[in-house]
Design a binder for this molecule. Structure first.
Ligand SMILES: C[S@@+](CC[C@H](N)C(=O)[O-])C[C@H]1O[C@@H](n2cnc3c(N)ncnc32)[C@H](O)[C@@H]1O
Length: 227
């Protein structure tokens, strides 16, 4: 049985809630008025102005979304990336942790967002051949190979022709990055993965790989693939 527990996200959510509770919420309101948002997830960097993340947003997310797009985001957290998807036709925000989804619902309560709790690797109530884009950042970096494997199996039937799957995953071939992450987070860090392993898994499931980015992030890599 794969290890699904990555409760690290709940700890991080608690910290963010403290940061965002009463007095800080007033500060948040002022920040929002000044155009500087704050929510669970921005502590890892804001794609608006943190350079590698800005590149990810501009290169790996925005070009794949238009008003006809149907999107799945796996592990949306507080909506750090979801907020760039809001102009899509439909967004399925899928997460294993209900408290995280509750936080997302507080931040983004819009008719084109469907918030779905899954079993950590499935896609309940999503039609086959209905999805244009699957995007996941900050989530697969924590997932074990068995879970990634299940996700790759479950993603395939959902995709339309010409769709894209864009996943950021842990890359332990990056020596400084990996060690720093593991040390600085008391060993509660990233999963054991690297480009060769990820590529092999994706090809085993019969996908085509369109693009690989091993340079942008210092602790992880990004892969874009499809049918
Ligand atoms: C570090 S947060 C990243 C959140 C967001 N993507 C971001 O970049 O700000 C990881 C997210 O993955 C979710 N998660 C953890 N394991 C998961 C799984 N097996 N399936 C789906 N979501 C999962 C967590 O609840 C959380 O929302």
């Amino acid at each position: 049985m794969p290890n699904l527990k990555t409760p690290l996200h709940l700890d991080m959510l608690q910290k963010a809630k403290k940061r965002l509770s009463l007095f800080p919420r007033i500060k948040k309101a002022i920040k929002v008025l000044l155009g500087r948002e704050d929510f669970y997830g921005l502590e890892w960097g804001d794609p608006e102005n943190v350079e590698p993340l800005k590149y990810v947003k501009d290169h790996f997310l925005l070009p794949y979304i238009n008003s006809d797009s149907t999107i799945i985001e796996i592990g949306p957290g507080g909506g750090r990336w979801t907020r760039y998807m809001l102009h899509a036709k439909q967004i399925f925000a899928i997460d294993f942790y209900q408290p995280v989804l509750d936080e997302l619902a507080k931040n983004y309560n819009l008719p084109n967002i469907n918030i779905i709790k899954n079993n950590g690797m499935d896609f309940p109530n999503i039609d086959n051949e209905s999805i244009d884009l699957i995007f996941s950042f900050g989530t697969f970096v924590h997932l074990d190979t068995e879970i990634i494997n299940e996700y790759l199996k479950n993603i395939k039937p959902l995709l339309k022709q010409n769709s894209n799957v864009i996943i950021q995953y842990s890359d332990k071939t990056k020596p400084i990055g990996y060690d720093r992450i593991v040390n600085s987070r008391n060993n509660r860090g990233f999963s054991d993965n690297e480009p060769e392993k990820m590529r092999k898994l994706i090809l085993q499931h019969g996908y085509n790989i369109y693009e690989e980015d091993e340079k942008t992030m210092w602790h992880s890599s990004i892969i874009r693939f499809g049918l």
